[in-house]
Design a protein around this ligand. Structure first.
Ligand code: BES
Ligand code: MN
Ligand code: ZN
Length: 512
C-alpha cells in the first residue's frame, strides 16, 4: 500500500522523484493551478506557455511529464489536467482533484516518492487528493511475477510496482482537520483497495470459505465481531435461498455476519452484500462472452465488508452490521434446476425459473435475517442485473428504495463522495410478472425493466416497516476498459465511499 505523508516543505525544496502540479483548461490555453507557484517561478513564470508548447490543454486526465529546472529538488514535473478552470470565486471540485491525483499516481507507477502540489484551500481538498492518489496508485499484482527464473521474472505485462509514497504539499500537518482528513483517506482507501483485491482474486482461490476466512481475520484486526454460518448451520437455520444457489458447487456457501458497535451509537445500519464468488449462471448456464468477468459477482459483499471495517477503523458512533451472502453458482448434478422450488429463510417459497437469477435468492435470505434484528435501515449492494447495466451504463449504479427520501439521501451522498448513481423506481405493476403457479413467487418476471423486477423481488424479503435501499452496482463494480482517474482495470470498490459516508451521516444524526 502506498504511504501518505503531509508535508510543510515547499514545492521547490522537497526531495522527490517527481513533483505533481495541476493544469486547468482555460479559455486561451492551459492555466497553472494554485499550489504550483514555486514551480512556475522556477520556469520564470512561463510554465503555462511551456505546457502549451508541449501540447497540454489542461483537459481532465491529461498527463504531461517534463524535466524540472535545476533550481527544483525534484528532477521531473508531472502536470496533470484538472479540466475547466472553475468559475470565479469557486474552488476546484473534489472529484476533479480526486481524478487528477489518481491519473498522476497511475502515471508515476514505478517511482518511489512523488510530491503533490495540487490546489489545496481546505482540508476537504487535501482529503480528495489523498483519496485519488491512494486509489490511483492501486495495482493488483498478487498473481504476477511468479516465474521462478529470476531473469525472466517480470511483473506481468511489464507492469510496474505502484508509486510507493505520496507527499501532500499545501496541507497543514499540525492542523487537526488536515490530520483527520489524511487519516480518513488512508483508512477509507485501504479498505476500498482491500475490496478491489477481493474482487480481482480469481474464483478458484476466492471461494465462499476463503472469503469468510479473510473477513474473520480482518475482523479480529479491527475490532469487528465476525460470525460465520457454514453449510451445516445454514441447513439448520433454513436458509433455502443461499443453500439452493450454492448446492451445485464443490465450494459450499457461507453467511457471514460482521458487527461493529459503538458505545455511543444511537442508530444501527444493516448492510447486505451479494457475494457470488463466481456466477456461471448455474444450469441456466451463461454463454461464453458473459462469464469471463463473473468473479466480480461478489463485489457487493466486498463493498459491505470494506465499509464495515472502515466504519470500525474510523470509530464512527453508529452500529454497523454487515451480512455477506456467499455462494458459488455452478451447474452440476447437485445444482438447483430451473423448475425447482426453494423454501427461503422467511418461509416464502420461490420457484426458480432461471438459475442465473441467483443474487436475489441469496439476498432474500440475508435481507430477512438482517430484518430480524430490526435495524434503523437496511442497504443491500449487489451486482444484480445486466438490465441495470443496459439502463445506466458502466459507471452508474441504480438506487431503489421503499422510502423516497432515503433514496434521495443516498443519491446525494453518492454524488458528494464522487460516485455516480441514479434513483430508480419500483413500479408495483411489475410484481405480477413474478407470480408463480406453483410457489409464492418466481425468481424471474418480465424482461423489460429487469433491474426493477429484481428490486421488487428483494423488497418482499425486507421486514415490515424497515427502511431499505437496494444499490445495483452491476455496471460500475468491475471496470473492463482502460484505467481513468483513480479507477483501475478490474474491481473498483464501487459503493464503499457511499456506504461509509452514509454511516458517518447516520452517526452525526443527519439522517432519519
Ligand atoms: N451477476 C449477474 C448480473 C450481472 C450482469 C452482473 C453483468 C455484472 C455484469 C446476475 O446474477 C444475472 O445473471 N442476472 C440475470 C437475471 C436474469 C436471468 C433475470 C441477468 O441480468 O441477465
Ligand atoms: Mn446470475
Ligand atoms: Zn449474479
Amino acid at each position: 500500500m502506498t504511504a501518505l505523508t503531509l508535508s510543510t516543505a515547499g514545492a521547490a525544496t522537497l526531495r522527490a522523484d517527481a513533483l505533481v502540479v495541476g493544469v486547468a483548461k482555460g479559455a486561451k490555453g492551459p492555466v497553472v493551478a494554485p499550489g504550483a507557484e514555486a514551480v512556475d517561478k522556477a520556469f520564470d513564470g512561463k510554465l503555462a506557455s511551456v505546457l502549451d508548447t508541449l501540447g497540454a490543454t489542461g483537459a481532465e486526465g491529461e498527463v504531461t511529464k517534463l524535466p524540472a529546472p535545476s533550481s527544483l529538488k525534484a528532477p521531473v514535473i508531472l502536470a496533470v489536467g484538472l479540466g475547466p478552470v472553475p468559475e470565479k470565486d469557486e474552488a476546484y471540485a473534489a472529484e476533479s482533484l480526486r481524478r487528477a491525483a489518481g491519473s498522476a499516481a497511475r502515471a508515476l507507477a514505478g517511482s518511489k516518492k512523488a510530491a503533490f502540489a495540487l490546489p489545496v484551500e481546505a482540508s476537504e481538498d487535501a482529503e480528495a487528493i489523498a483519496e485519488g492518489a491512494l486509489l490511483g496508485a492501486y495495482a493488483f499484482t498478487a498473481y504476477q511475477g511468479g516465474e521462478k527464473d529470476a531473469k525472466n521474472a517480470k511483473n506481468g505485462n511489464g507492469a510496474k510496482q505502484p508509486l510507493a509514497e505520496v507527499a501532500l504539499l499545501g496541507a497543514k500537518p499540525r492542523d487537526k482537520a488536515y490530520k483527520a482528513a489524511a487519516e480518513r483517506a488512508i483508512a477509507l482507501t485501504e479498505e476500498i483497495n482491500r475490496a478491489r483485491d477481493l474482487i480481482n482474486t480469481p474464483p478458484n482461490d476466492l471461494t465462499p470459505e476463503a472469503f469468510a476466512a479473510v473477513a474473520t481475520a480482518a475482523g479480529k484486526e479491527h475490532g469487528v465481531k465476525v460470525q460465520v454460518l457454514d453449510e451445516k448451520a445454514l441447513v439448520k437455520g433454513g436458509f433455502g435461498g443461499i443453500l439452493g444457489v450454492g448446492q451445485g458447487s464443490q465450494n459450499p456457501p457461507r453467511l457471514v455476519k460482521l458487527s461493529y458497535t459503538h458505545s455511543k451509537a444511537a442508530k444501527t445500519l444493516a448492510l447486505v452484500g451479494k457475494g457470488i464468488t463466481y456466477d456461471s449462471g448455474g444450469i441456466s448456464l451463461k454463454p461464453a462472452g458473459h462469464n469471463e468477468t463473473m468473479k466480480c459477482d461478489m463485489s457487493g459483499a466486498a463493498a459491505v465488508f470494506a465499509a464495515v471495517v472502515a466504519a470500525a477503523r474510523l470509530g464512527l458512533a453508529v452500529n454497523v452490521t454487515g451480512w455477506l451472502a456467499l455462494a458459488e453458482n455452478m451447474p452440476s448434478g447437485s445444482a438447483t434446476r430451473p423448475g425447482d422450488v426453494l423454501r427461503m429463510y422467511s418461509g416464502k417459497t420461490v420457484e426458480v425459473l432461471n438459475t442465473d437469477a441467483e443474487g436475489r435468492l441469496v439476498l432474500g435470505d440475508a435481507l430477512t435475517r438482517a430484518s430480524e434484528e430490526n435495524p434503523d435501515a437496511i442497504i443491500d449492494v449487489a451486482t444484480l442485473t445486466g438490465a441495470m447495466v443496459m439502463a445506466l451504463g458502466n459507471r452508474t449504479f441504480g438506487i431503489m428504495s421503499n422510502d423516497d427520501a432515503f433514496r434521495t439521501s443516498i443519491h446525494e451522498i453518492a454524488e458528494e463522495v464522487g460516485e455516480q448513481s441514479w434513483p430508480m423506481p419500483l413500479p408495483s405493476e411489475l410484481r405480477k410478472g413474478m407470480d408463480s403457479p406453483t410457489a409464492d413467487i418466481a425468481n424471474m418476471g418480465e424482461r423489460m425493466g429487469g433491474g426493477l423486477v429484481a428490486g421488487l423481488f428483494l423488497k418482499e424479503f425486507v421486514g415490515e416497516g424497515i427502511t431499505w435501499a437496494h444499490l445495483d452496482i452491476a455496471g460500475p463494480a468491475f471496470h473492463e476498459g482502460a484505467p481513468f482517474g483513480y479507477t483501475p482495470k478490474g474491481g473498483t470498490g464501487s459503493a464503499v465511499r457511499t456506504l461509509v459516508k452514509l454511516a458517518e451521516r447516520t452517526a452525526d444524526g443527519d439522517l432519519g
